[in-house]
Design a protein. Structure first.
Length: 701
């Protein structure tokens, strides 16, 4: 196997050499992704929802391509989109977040031929961008080339997640070829036993000086002490797990966590997802084939099943067993020398180097342990969060933060189809505990207590998010009313709506105005570009409360909180739908509104005129468009030739209100213009006092 599935280095000896290497890495990734989808021989397979928690495969076929265009456009590395409709449709929807819009009823999927043609356009575009890219070495997170690597590693993630969905398609829809051959070695499993592993003081986190691409959650540092522990020599095999099934494992509630019991009740599961019982015999579904259950291969289950097995085996053996923590896995990982970029041969069933399936659990030894890496991912007890020093990448602020909710557990080690960044020791991927990947587990015995986290008691500490939470839900200052509450009340006093059925809050941030709008409109769609903002509003809806910290002075902080009951919003939650979206490229389904509300948004858009041109088609006849802005035009957000105003035209001052009137007058009449002040607290003794101009526009017809 060549090194084409291993991450490239960020440094190099020549610019031309590195450019050629990036191009090879991109094109190999692109072709490999296409090769996976070429296994489909029935077009219907693209459109059926094989995995209930995910979109049909047609979404993922287009998603990785649109990702490049959306990120390159955001970074201004390209001037225009290739297909705005597809780039909106394929932008979001890869996990069951409430803002992910996974409901297929909202989509009219394009044809396979249309998506294939679009993918070719994107491939050509990205190759051209790489050819002309400003490139310096080493590549850093603020380098244009970082975005190309981001797109490549993103597609490699979906190579794996798409293969999981394909495992759930009817076999008649797929045809395997030699490049995707499964392992043919089957037999009885070896007897599993515990082996001692020395603990140590350990520092987790990827260094900024590391010369391979990393996702945001990998960086930072976290120091902790790991006690000595014992770990199973092998991953839990199908044979070992079969004993749990035969012992009534899926019917014995005491072995399941409360969350696991809820999942059992909902799914009525009786065995692992990829097992099937037929005529008294167990079978296993692999990527493209079904075979008699390979007893010596690792079982593939979700976290809830793995945890239940540990409780069962603890009872059988009369010892306490559990899943390893992330730190304990790192201790085991030291049995494997080097990292993926160092290997001439991949020392595990990893990176498609050996099989397009799992293989026996005793095939790849690492100093007494087997499959420390590879074969299948390994569930851990650790819920994902950011290390100290965590920072989101501004071009992909929602890669990790939506998973920092206490409900996503880390998987470590990679599987047979994990490539690129997924093969790195520092990689950190997490899934909801009921999700399926090509994932199994090993168990450990340790006297060390697990850390406990009460998610609803976590205080938001991100400075920007906390500042917006305080702005939306905190105290008023200097006699200036809460901006969100005051703004909604002010425009409602000026309008005479024909209907109040449906409103759009575009650029909703952390959501206060959305709740206020719900007092007047039966349905409020609340959209923001940032998943970090959306997640705050969603958490308030789900838990009924939200906590955050704000700086008092220096290192001193104050702890603040709010609740739906305090705000009087407890009866409004079902009327609001928080979603992530791009104001300049909204999905077609967002239309038919009686009101569109855009507060402090217009001067932060890359193309505000495009946004305004799109608004009439989304409003009902005689509907209202309300725009608030302090008109703080900055070239870092909006190139000067896209500013609506704030410049001289023909020797005369041309204001932003002039620009709004010029863009809107054919479709709208101006109802009112008002000033709405607001105060943003930075510290206990430092505030921003700003005045936003509100203009209210009524659609003519």
């Amino acid at each position: 196997m060549t090194k084409t599935n291993q991450s490239i280095l960020l440094n190099g000896s020549t610019i031309d050499g590195k450019r050629a290497e990036i191009k090879r890495y991109f094109n190999h990734t692109w072709q490999q992704y296409q090769a996976l989808f070429d296994l489909i021989i029935d077009d219907e397979a693209y459109f059926i929802k094989a995995e209930p928690l995910r979109h049909p495969l047609i979404f993922y076929y287009g998603h990785t391509a649109s990702f490049y265009i959306n990120k390159l456009k955001l970074a201004r590395l390209i001037d225009s989109r290739l297909n705005p409709d597809l780039e909106s449709m394929f932008a979001i929807g890869v996990d069951e977040m409430s803002w992910d819009d996974v409901d297929s009823q909202h989509y009219q999927w394009p044809t396979i031929a249309e998506v294939k043609a679009y993918r070719q356009q994107v491939c050509d575009c990205v190759n051209q961008v790489i050819d002309l890219l400003e490139l310096t070495l080493p590549i850093t997170p603020d380098s244009p080339a970082w975005l190309i690597l981001m797109g490549i590693e993103h597609e490699r993630i979906h190579l794996e997640t798409s293969s999981v969905i394909m495992r759930q398609l009817p076999l008649a829809m797929l045809s395997c070829v030699n490049d995707w051959a499964a392992c043919d070695s089957v037999g009885p499993a070896p007897c599993n036993s515990l082996r001692r592993q020395a603990g140590q003081n350990i520092t987790l986190g990827k260094s900024p000086q590391d010369m391979t691409y990393g996702w945001d959650n990998e960086y930072g540092h976290h120091q902790l002490t790991v006690d000595d522990f014992e770990a199973s020599q092998y991953l839990v095999s199908n044979q070992e797990f079969l004993a749990f099934v035969d012992a009534g494992g899926y019917q014995t509630k005491r072995w399941w966590t409360p969350e696991g019991q809820q999942w059992l009740s909902y799914t009525q599961a009786q065995h692992p997802r990829f097992w099937r019982q037929h005529q008294g015999q167990w079978w296993q579904r692999n990527l493209c084939q079904e075979i008699p259950l390979p007893l010596n291969w690792p079982v593939e289950v979700n976290y809830l099943e793995a945890k239940a097995f540990c409780h069962y085996l603890s009872e059988v053996r009369q010892i306490t067993l559990r899943l390893p923590t992330e730190a304990e896995w790192y201790c085991l990982r030291q049995q494997v020398s080097g990292d993926s970029q160092d290997w001439d041969e991949i020392p595990a069933n990893l990176g498609l180097a050996h099989f397009a399936s799992s293989c026996p659990v005793n095939r790849f030894e690492h100093h007494g342990f087997f499959d420390v890496i590879g074969n299948v991912w390994q569930w851990t007890e650790t819920t994902i969060s950011g290390f100290n020093g965590f920072e989101v990448h501004p071009m992909y602020d929602d890669f990790s933060t939506p998973t920092f909710d206490g409900r996503h557990n880390l998987i470590k080690g990679g599987s047979w189809i994990s490539t690129g960044n997924e093969m790195q020791q520092s990689s950190r991927y997490a899934f909801r505990r009921h999700f399926y990947q090509h994932a199994g587990f090993r168990y450990v015995r340790s006297a060390q207590a697990l850390p406990t986290t009460e998610v609803t008691n976590i205080y938001e500490t991100d400075e920007l998010i906390s500042q917006y939470l305080e702005f939306h839900y905190g105290a008023s200052h200097f006699g200036v009313d809460n901006f969100c509450v005051n703004a909604v009340a002010s425009f409602m006093a000026e309008i005479e709506p024909a209907r109040t059925l449906k409103a759009l809050d575009i650029g909703c941030s952390v959501g206060r105005a959305s709740f206020e709008l719900a007092k007047h409109y039966q349905q409020v769609d609340a959209i923001d570009f940032s998943a970090r903002f959306i997640s705050q509003a969603v958490e308030l809806c789900q838990h009924g409360q939200k906590r955050w910290t704000i700086t008092s002075e220096g290192d001193l902080q104050e702890f603040k909180s709010t609740s739906l009951a305090q705000l009087g919003y407890q009866d409004l939650v079902d009327q609001i739908h928080f979603m992530q979206g791009d104001a300049c490229n909204l999905k077609p389904r967002f239309h038919g509104y009686d009101l569109i509300y855009a507060a402090n948004l217009i001067d932060r858009l890359a193309d505000p005129k495009q946004f305004l041109t799109d608004m009439p088609s989304r409003l009902n006849s005689h509907g209202y468009l309300v725009i608030l802005s302090p008109y703080t035009w900055l070239e870092q957000y909006t190139e000067k030739h896209h500013w609506l105003g704030g410049f001289k035209r023909d020797g005369e001052s041309f204001t932003s209100l002039d620009g709004l009137n010029e863009a809107l007058h054919q479709d709208f009449e101006l109802v009112a213009v008002k000033d709405i002040p607001f105060v943003i607290r930075e510290t206990k003794r430092k505030f921003q006092h700003t005045i936003s101009q509100m203009s209210i526009w009524r659609k003519r017809r």
